[in-house]
Ligand binder design. Structure first.
Ligand SMILES: [Zn+2]
Length: 269
C-alpha cells in the first residue's frame, strides 16, 4: 500500500507516489569506458578529477508527492522538457573527442526551471503546512505558474561529475556572514541547479553559471539557444563544500550525497 501523507508540492493529504532524482528521462553515464572517454575529453581543465571511473548510481527516490502533482507537474512532458538540455549535453560529451568552450543548448527555460523547482520541492523535507516563505514562493511558481520569486536566483551549470547532491533549505553565506541567503541544491551528471534566496547583502555568483531565472523571465516557454559554458568548470563540490570565506549552515535539514556504490550518507558541510 502506498505511503500516506502530505504532498510536498500541493499539500493534499493522501497516498504518495515516488519521485526520482535524476528523473528517469535523463540519460546517465554508460559505465567505465564512457567515463574514461569523457575524462579524456575534459583533460586540461582546471579541476583535476572530472568524472570518476564508476557509473552513476540510480539516484535518490522519495515518496513525497501526490499522483496528480507527479503526473501533471512533473513526469511526462514536463520531465521530457527538463531532460532536453541534459540529454543534449550527454550526447555532446559522448560524441566529441575534445569539448568546445561553449556548447549551444536548446531548451525552454521556464519548463526546465519549473521541473527543477518541482523536483527540489519533492526532495524538500519541509511539508507545505510549514509556511516557510521561500518554499511557499517555490510552490506558487510550480503549482500556479506564478513568476519565479523576484528576489530569488536560479542557477544552472555544467557538472561533469558523478557526484549527486541534494541539499534542501540550507543557508549559504559569503564573507564573514555579511552576505547570506537560503539555498536549495540539486545536482547530478551533467547539470547542477541551485536556488538562492538572498537575505542579507549581495551573493556573488560564479561566472560559470547560467541564470535560469533571467532566461525564464525573458523568454518564458519558447525554445531558446543558450551558449552554455563547458570549459572553466566549477569544482565538483561547489557550493556544498565551501571555500575561502564561504560557509554553509544546514540547521536540521541534512542533505543527501549519493556517491557511486557508496549508498547514501548525510552531508556534513
Ligand atoms: Zn500534490
Amino acid at each position: 500500500m502506498a505511503k500516506q501523507g502530505e504532498c510536498a508540492i500541493c499539500g493534499a493529504i493522501g497516498p504518495l507516489t515516488r519521485d526520482h532524482v535524476p528523473p528517469s528521462s535523463v540519460a546517465t553515464l554508460r559505465g567505465h569506458q564512457e567515463s574514461k572517454r569523457i575524462l579524456h575529453a575534459l583533460r586540461g581543465l582546471d579541476d583535476g578529477k572530472p568524472v570518476r571511473k564508476t557509473i552513476l548510481q540510480s539516484g535518490n527516490i522519495t515518496e513525497t508527492i501526490c499522483q496528480s502533482c507527479n503526473n501533471n507537474l512533473l513526469g511526462g512532458r514536463v520531465d521530457a522538457e527538463f531532460a532536453r538540455p541534459t540529454n543534449q549535453l550527454v550526447a555532446a560529451v559522448r560524441s566529441r573527442v575534445h569539448l568546445p568552450s561553449f556548447f549551444p543548448l536548446v531548451f525552454r527555460p521556464e519548463s526546465v526551471l519549473r521541473a527543477a523547482v518541482g523536483h527540489i520541492l519533492a526532495m524538500n523535507n519541509q511539508p507545505p503546512s510549514v509556511p516557510a516563505p521561500d518554499s511557499v514562493a517555490m510552490r506558487e511558481f510550480v503549482l500556479r505558474r506564478a513568476p519565479f520569486p523576484e528576489h530569488g536566483l536560479a542557477l544552472m551549470w555544467f557538472h561533469p561529475f558523478n557526484r549527486t547532491v541534494l541539499w534542501m533549505n540550507f543557508i549559504h553565506s559569503q564573507g564573514f556572514m555579511e552576505n547570506l541567503g537560503g539555498a536549495f541544491l540539486m545536482k547530478f551528471f551533467p547539470l547542477g541547479f541551485l536556488l538562492l534566496f538572498p537575505k542579507k547583502g549581495t551573493l556573488e555568483i560564479p561566472p560559470q553559471v547560467t541564470r535560469l531565472d533571467l532566461l525564464a523571465a525573458a523568454h518564458g516557454d519558447t525554445d531558446i539557444t543558450e551558449r552554455f559554458r563547458l570549459r572553466t568548470i566549477l569544482r565538483s563540490d561547489w557550493p556544498e563544500g565551501p571555500s575561502g570565506l564561504e560557509a554553509n549552515f544546514g540547521g536540521n535539514t541534512p542533505g543527501v550525497v549519493v556517491t557511486p556504490r557508496a549508498g547514501h550518507y548525510v552531508l556534513k558541510a
